[in-house]
Every structure is written in structure tokens, then in C-alpha cells.
Design a protein around this ligand. Structure first.
Ligand SMILES: Nc1ncnc2c1ncn2[C@@H]1O[C@H](COP(=O)(O)OP(=O)(O)OP(=O)(O)O)[C@@H](O)[C@H]1O
Ligand SMILES: [Mg+2]
Length: 243
């Protein structure tokens, strides 16, 4: 791939990773286009979070490459990938407990130059239906509000790609419905590509265009959720291990 107009928005190929002397990922590859939602499922320990760590630039793979708009970004660290338009959310929504909501937005606006405006922050907050007062201490926020705040902080930078690690973890059904509609709007109306690791099949069923199934560091199936979910290999690897 060499940056042609026809290159996918984001791609990786032949990614392998060792941690602590153990093979964690082997020969992982996929592509994602603008506006597409790619779900990643797999049992605990399959390597889903480790894969996101490589894609976002926190881990260096043993082999393989990551491409953004056809350019090899393997050597770019996390912050440089963020500037390019790659946003990342984490399995646990960690906010700075000592700050208020308003201070958190301000810190995000001023993360790097050119600084973003209050309007950018308000726009992003509205996108994720975040309506908490700016003088609210972060320490009092509920899990869903923390996830909304963190997502708003990413969206104000107008990302082209979101890498999301279990955005529905710890949420109740009505909140998951909101995540569903937010992600649908981001992908289908704003053309943002979303790679979403998620255990909740019902959420992926409504929003994912395609799904990858991982087990023990490898991709064991890929395609439409409805087509792969009942394959014996997927059932054995995933459903019979997950409670
Ligand atoms: N820093 C590390 N050093 C050594 N092994 C690690 C490290 N981080 C993760 N692992 C191991 O790598 C494997 C994959 O972990 P990872 O967190 O990527 O899985 P996951 O699919 O995200 O799981 P979960 O569904 O529980 O979030 C696990 O066996 C884990 O114990
Ligand atoms: Mg994980």
C-alpha cells in the first residue's frame, strides 16, 4: 500500500505480538473503510485489548504493519496517531478524579495546538448526549457519564477512526441503547469508522457491519455476524467459554 486514493481508511496486516515471553497475537489482519463498524469478539484473554494497543500505537508489534490512508504508521506513537485522527477508548473509563467536568473539557481542548474552542467541546458533548453541569466533580460521575465524557473529549478532535474497547461494559440496557444510537450516528452520518471490541452480541448485532472473531491470539472467523455466529468453531471458542 502506498497512499493511493483507493486505499482503505485503516488496515493492518500480519500483526504478531509477544508479551512476557508468550505469544499473544498471531498474523492478525483486517481493513476498515470510512463509516464502517467492525466488531471484534472473542473470549477473555483472546488478545482483543492487546490488538487495540498495537493499533493505537501503545504497543509495538513483533511483526506486521498498520496503515492509515495507505501510509505505514507503524513507527508513529500514540499521540501522533491521535493527531492523524485515530481516537481510542478504554475498557475501564478512567477520568481524572481531581478535576471537574469543565476542567476536563478544557484540558482536552488544550491537549495540543491549535487549541479547540468551547464550541468544539459543547458540540462534542451534544453528540454523545452529555448534559452534566460543567462544575460537577468527575469523582461523582457514573460509569455511563464517564464514558460519555471521555468519548466527547475524543470527538471534539474530529477523529476519522475510533478504536473502542468494550464501550458497553458496566452499563444498563437503556444506556447501551444510547451507545447504540450514538455509534450509529457517528458511523452512518459522520462517516467515522469504528472498530469496536464488545462482548454484548446484541449491541454488535445492531451496529456492526462485519465482525471478526478472535481466539487465543488468532482470527478464527470473519464476516457478517449472522453468518458466522453459528459456526461450530465460533461456538466452541466463544459461547461455550463465556458465561
Ligand atoms: N503486559 C502483559 N504481559 C504479559 N501478558 C499479558 C500482558 N497483557 C496481556 N497479557 C496476556 O495477553 C492475553 C491477551 O490479553 P488481552 O487483555 O489482550 O485479552 P482480551 O481479549 O482483551 O480479554 P478480555 O475480554 O478479558 O478483555 C492474556 O492471556 C493476558 O493475560
Ligand atoms: Mg480486553
Amino acid at each position: 500500500m502506498n497512499g493511493e486514493a483507493s486505499a482503505p481508511l485503516f488496515a493492518c496486516r500480519d500483526l504478531s505480538l509477544d508479551l512476557g515471553g508468550r505469544e499473544i497475537l498471531r498474523e492478525i489482519g483486517f481493513e476498515i473503510e470510512r463509516g464502517e463498524v467492525l466488531g471484534i469478539i472473542g473470549p477473555n484473554g483472546a488478545g482483543k485489548t492487546s490488538l487495540l494497543e498495537i493499533l493505537s500505537g501503545r504497543y509495538t508489534p513483533k511483526t506486521g504493519e498498520v496503515f492509515y490512508n495507505g501510509q505505514d504508521i507503524n513507527n508513529l506513537p500514540l499521540f501522533a496517531r491521535a493527531r492523524l485522527g485515530i481516537g481510542r477508548t478504554y475498557q475501564t473509563p478512567v477520568v481524572c478524579e481531581d478535576l471537574t467536568v469543565g476542567e476536563t473539557f478544557k484540558a482536552a481542548r488544550q491537549a495540543y495546538k491549535p487549541y479547540l474552542t468551547r464550541f468544539d467541546a459543547e458540540y462534542a458533548a451534544a453528540l454523545v448526549h452529555f448534559e452534566v453541569d460543567y462544575d460537577t466533580p468527575n469523582s461523582t460521575l457514573k460509569t455511563f457519564e464517564r464514558r460519555q465524557l471521555l468519548l466527547a473529549n475524543i470527538l471534539m478532535k474530529r477523529p476519522k477512526l475510533l478504536l473502542m474497547d468494550e464501550p458497553a461494559a458496566g452499563l444498563i440496557n437503556s444506556e447501551i441503547d444510547q451507545i447504540d444510537s450514538i455509534l450509529r450516528m457517528l458511523s452512518k452520518e459522520m462517516d467515522i469508522a469504528v472498530v469496536i471490541v464488545e462482548h454484548r452480541i446484541e449491541l454488535l448485532d445492531t451496529i456492526a457491519d462485519r465482525v471478526i472473531v478472535m481466539d487465543a491470539g488468532e482470527i478464527i472467523a470473519a464476516g457478517l455476524l449472522g453468518e458466522i455466529i453459528n459456526s461450530p468453531q465460533v461456538r466452541a471458542a466463544y459461547f461455550e467459554k463465556v458465561d
